[in-house]
Design a protein around this ligand. Structure first.
Ligand code: MF3
Ligand code: CO
Ligand code: CO
Length: 253
């Protein structure tokens, strides 16, 4: 059996974990403005998780020092929150949170635009969100995993943006990172891997304004574009059902 295939009762727990992540984003959103530090955002998330009986799965993961990743402008992933990193007008930032609640994990990231952001930056952020939502929309039993990458490419390429090939989506559930890997570009090796009911994974495309090559800072975590151009990422944790897919990390009404 594929890893990351879960029973209906586990879907209930994944919804509970995902709801905490979604509500945490709603809680911090009004505060993500010019003048706040990424370190302060990290503390707000830590407190929200604490009072909601959850914990950050990132804290301590291979020694990662904070609760969330905060990736500003040219940082593509794994930016580390700092008290001396202050958001300013025109910045774009990705906030990535993986929470564990009662043994189940939910992983999501969103983009925030600070004040007045350039047209091209807005287009980058919107295109990335469109790519994620379009990819989720094709997910259903019997659909090859390669359809995810194919769909994302079809949305992103016409804008002239590039897709990072250094980071991938992943199976998730009782652990944060599991098989299968989810590529955000088309690769025929996934043509024969079909989605099945119960499969739980993330989709988390990273797209770049210019080239898709990245380098890692001295801190061993922060990945940024080599050319200094902007990048954007959106992420959801989803589960395959009998007739499509559900999004665990969106608030359920
Ligand atoms: N949330 C990230 C993901 O989407 C993983 C972060 S692990 C960390 O897979 F250690 F860098 F925080
Ligand atoms: Co993820
Ligand atoms: Co994530």
């Amino acid at each position: 059996m594929l890893p990351s295939v879960y029973a209906p009762k586990d879907f209930k727990r994944l919804f509970a974990a995902g709801d905490i992540v979604a509500r945490c984003f709603e809680f911090i959103t009004p505060h993500i403005r010019a003048g706040i530090s990424t370190g302060e955002i990290d503390r707000m998330v830590a407190e929200f998780l604490r009072v909601n009986d959850a914990r950050s799965a990132s804290l301590g993961y291979h020694g990662y020092p904070k609760h969330i990743c905060t990736s500003v402008n040219d940082v593509i992933v794994h930016g580390i929150p700092r008290d001396d990193e202050i958001l300013k007008n025109g910045d774009i930032i990705n906030i990535d949170l993986t929470a564990e609640h009662k043994g189940f994990h939910a992983d999501s990231s969103r983009m925030f635009m600070i004040g007045n952001v350039s047209q091209r930056a807005q287009e980058l952020v919107q295109t990335c969100q469109d790519a994620l939502n379009s990819a989720i929309a094709v997910c259903a039993p019997g659909v090859p995993l390669s359809e995810i990458g194919r769909t994302i490419e079809a949305i992103v390429r016409p804008h002239g943006f590039s897709i990072s090939e250094d980071f991938v989506g992943h199976g998730i559930g009782k652990v944060m990172h599991d098989d299968p890997q989810i590529y955000h570009w088309h690769d025929k090796k996934f043509d024969s891997m079909k989605m099945v009911p119960g499969l739980v994974f993330t989709i988390e495309p990273i797209i770049c304004e210019c080239g898709n090559k990245c380098k890692i800072d001295e801190d061993g975590w922060t990945a940024r574009t080599v050319d200094g151009c902007l990048s954007a990422q959106w992420e959801h944790t989803i589960g395959i059902t009998e007739d499509g897919a559900v999004i665990f990390t969106e608030q359920q009404y």
